[in-house]
Design a binder for this molecule. Structure first.
Ligand SMILES: [Zn+2]
Length: 55
């Protein structure tokens, strides 16, 4: 099942969708949130993975 994770910083709300990956961060489609590198950052606000919550 596809798991979406949302950035929790104020006024961001970016949602990481594994089906889309993150072009800006050079993350290929199909990469699970758990498998993102620890230094991956929100492409919108630059927050770290710790700021994301599963939807
Ligand atoms: Zn963000």
């Amino acid at each position: 099942m596809r798991e979406l994770w949302q950035c929790q910083t104020p006024s961001c709300g970016y949602i990481y969708d594994p089906d889309r990956g993150d072009k800006k961060g050079k993350i290929p489609k199909g990469t699970k949130f758990e498998d993102l590198p620890e230094d991956w950052k929100c492409p919108v606000c630059g927050a770290s993975k710790k700021n994301f919550k599963k939807l």
